[in-house]
Ligand binder design. Structure first.
Ligand code: ADP
Ligand code: MG
Length: 695
């Protein structure tokens, strides 16, 4: 048996089973062994049926009289049966688990565990899990529980695992470890634990392995990047002084340090691979502008990629104003650009030095003469392939420098593992004079008494001095809704219908209602289904203060900068993730006036930890750590790679284990022979490297 053989090589896995396993990503013998139980059921110390009490119970007995029927409510099947031991019999019942009909042999003994409770007029054991007595190690009483994949249920996996029990001995070690055979033992005890402690120990080791692989991949990425060549962009102090001198404000220290780090990187003839992290409003665009300025003045072309047309347009306007005084040609390329052909020609012949755009930049016919720097804003919004596409647009052998920016701070633990190949600059300081955003969870019943009066107050305030409002008075408001039109089912974060009876009011309906409440104000809406030109037009008027209340979906989430908007309402706040809420909230608090954010909930259930944390803190780095704990890395690291980063075993919150793996990876790399010796490990690296690379 070879770990990379198809699962079909395993005993008990025929073509039909293999097909299902394949569908769920279990293709090889290795995948099969690494499909670890999600939990362990404890069948220790069963009670006899005559002594059973309501509540959680473990019993041991035979089962018969199984029947399944459809309940009157559609989509519900009810499977019932009788469990007996020497002392008595009880009824058991499962909902929507008709496969239980074929799980049991009436002559065999099983353990059952579940809640014994009063339901539909009688006591029964409700939806118990079950395991063959002969399958359970009597010393531990533990039974693994596997995630069901299609028609393959937990007990099917158990049965298959049992058939391969003698194969574990053949599994070779993956990495150099303190003890040979530790990997096969770990895998074995994860599937056949003789105590909870041994199961935990097994999982700890496998988690360590997983972290080792991630960290190694990141280190290898860095090595590969160091082998590439790039055009050096010499740092010119007087040039930079010239630029900074024209700014209407002083750079923050963090901005100065970050740009210094970037200039240093770009001077080298290996490509920069830097991530600029900065909380919303920390002024990343300015840092990007300086990098672009330096690059263009030394003869390189620069491409800036943004996730939305609104954002690209805003960057374009800002950078054009900043850079055109230096005779730098700046262009905007989005799906809506009219003169695309002409634009692309001028990008290709080098007449355009800095092009800012959306996905439209990525098409094959966008070619550059001398692409020297790629800047990616909100980089977590893009997938690996998309980022790569842009980087590969450099026509020469030389790779462009890469600056990726994100406002979703990457927790330190992720930085050490997944992004160990990156150099990171941090803007941990907001420009002077920013006011904190007062955040408050409020319930629907408080809308009239508290929220509307507050909105009225803000709408009547003097405009923020930082804004470019053309109105004689008034600050502005964002109101964020979940759906565009009525009737669209709205889903919560977990994909469930928004519970608690909370009403989901659409953008359109909300616009109408707010117009009624504030009849003399301009209330308009914005959403992702509008044409790009329409969106830009609305956003433009909002930025110029011509719209008082902008009702919108989350399209305003990223980057948009309107300093005169000082109040935001997020309706159905419970349905967003922490990172997203923080990003949304970052649209206000950009001027010098006090800003407010109201998290509107139905009030039917107590506010979640997410909302409470958001109410307490405006520190994106702190919130990112919390988010990592609450949701896991896959969620944080962007929708496009969604799922890819979900570690099977390791927790990225386990800093101790991460540290240990890190130290061991360094040792591993010091001996070049290891790369040849641990072939399975190295072969697996490709996948991990793709997952973690930035370019
Ligand atoms: P983000 O980091 O969220 O992308 P932006 O780059 O959009 O932030 O900057 C937010 C706002 O702060 C912009 O209006 C920008 O002009 C302004 N800004 C940037 N740097 C400074 C600074 N050093 N002092 C004052 N305002 C600044
Ligand atoms: Mg930004």
């Amino acid at each position: 048996m070879n770990l990379l053989d198809s699962v079909e090589e395993l005993k008990g896995v025929g073509p039909k089973t293999a097909k299902i396993l394949y569908k769920y990503g279990i293709r090889t013998v290795k995948d099969f062994f690494y499909n670890l139980p999600r939990d362990y059921e404890n069948f220790e110390a069963p009670t006899s049926i005559s002594e059973i009490r309501p509540g959680k119970v473990v019993i041991r007995g035979k089962i018969d009289s199984l029947t399944t029927r459809r309940a009157r409510k559609r989509n519900l099947s009810i499977t019932e049966g009788v469990i007996r031991d020497k002392t008595g019999a009880i009824k058991t019942i499962w909902f929507n688990q008709s496969y239980r009909m074929r799980q049991f042999d009436p002559d065999k003994e099983y353990y059952f565990t579940g809640n014994y409770e009063f339901k539909n007029g009688r006591y029964s054991l409700i939806s118990p899990s079950a395991a063959l007595v002969s399958d359970i190690d009597p010393s531990s009483g533990l039974s693994p529980v596997y995630v069901a994949h299609g028609s393959l249920k937990s007990h099917d996996f158990k049965r298959l695992m049992e058939k391969s029990r003698d194969q574990f001995a053949k599994i070779p070690d993956l990495l150099p470890t303190v003890r040979t055979g530790i990997r096969k033992d770990a895998l074995f005890f994860a599937h056949f634990p003789n105590s909870l402690k041994s199961a935990q120990g097994a999982r700890d080791y496998l988690a360590y392995e997983e972290l080792f692989e991630l960290i190694l991949a990141a280190r290898l990425n860095r090595r590969e990047n160091e082998k590439l060549k790039a055009t050096s962009i010499p740092f010119d102090a007087s040039r930079v002084k010239d630029f900074v001198g024209r700014l209407p404000f002083k750079l923050t220290n963090a901005q100065r340090l970050a740009s210094w780090e970037i200039f240093q990187d770009m001077e080298k003839d290996t490509p920069m691979n830097r991530l600029l992290q900065g909380d919303v409003g920390s002024g990343k665009t300015m840092v990007a502008a300086m990098a672009a300025y330096e690059a263009v003045l030394s003869g390189a072309q620069v491409a800036l990629l943004a996730p939305t047309a609104i954002l690209a347009t805003q960057h374009y306007e800002k950078l054009r104003d900043l850079l055109e005084p230096f005779k730098i040609t700046v262009a905007l390329l989005t799906g809506a650009s009219k003169n695309k052909k002409n634009l692309k020609e001028n990008i290709k012949n080098g007449k355009i030095s800095l092009v800012i755009g959306t996905h439209a930049l990525l098409t094959d016919d966008t070619e550059f003469l001398a692409l020297g720097l790629v800047i990616i804003d909100e980089q977590h919004r893009f997938g690996v392939e998309q980022r790569q596409k842009l980087v590969l647009k450099s026509p020469s052998e030389l790779a462009p420098h890469l600056l990726a920016m994100t406002a979703t701070p990457i927790p330190r633990s992720l930085q050490l593992t997944l992004f160990g190949d990156l150099d990171v600059s941090v803007l941990n300081e907001l420009p002077k004079g920013r006011q904190p955003i007062s955040t408050k969870i409020i319930t629907e019943v408080e809308t009239k008494t508290e929220l509307y009066p507050k909105m009225q107050e803000v709408l009547n305030k003097k405009p923020d001095p930082k804004g470019k409002s053309t109105k004689a008075h008034g600050q502005q408001i964002y109101w964020i809704c979940k759906t565009i039109e009525d009737g669209g089912a709205s889903l919560g974060m977990d994909g469930s219908k928004l519970g608690g009876g909370s009403e989901v009011v659409s953008v359109k309906k909300r616009t109408k209602r707010l117009q009624e409440v504030f009849p003399d104000k301009v209330v308009e809406f914005l959403h992702g289904k509008m044409k790009p030109a329409e969106k830009d037009e609305v956003m433009g008027r909002f930025a110029n203060g011509k719209i008082d209340i902008l009702v919108s979906t989350t399209v305003v989430e990223v980057g948009v900068d309107v300093p005169n908007a000082t109040l935001m309402v997020i309706e159905n706040a419970e349905s967003y993730g922490l990172a997203q809420l923080h990003q949304l909230r970052g649209r206000v608090g950009r001027g010098s006036s006090m800003s407010f954010c109201y998290l509107l909930t139905s009030g039917d259930i107590p506010p979640s930890r997410r909302l409470r944390e958001l109410e307490k803190s405006s520190d994106g780095f702190y919130l990112a750590e919390i988010d990592l704990k609450l949701r896991g890395p896959g969620e944080i690291y962007g929708s496009l790679q969604h799922g890819a980063l979900d570690l099977k075993i390791a927790s990225l919150a386990d800093t101790k284990l991460i540290h240990r793996a890190q130290v061991d990876v360094e040792k591993f790399l010091q001996n070049p022979e290891n790369m040849l010796k641990y072939k399975e490990l190295m072969d697996g690296m490709v996948k991990y490297q793709q997952l973690t690379t930035l370019n």
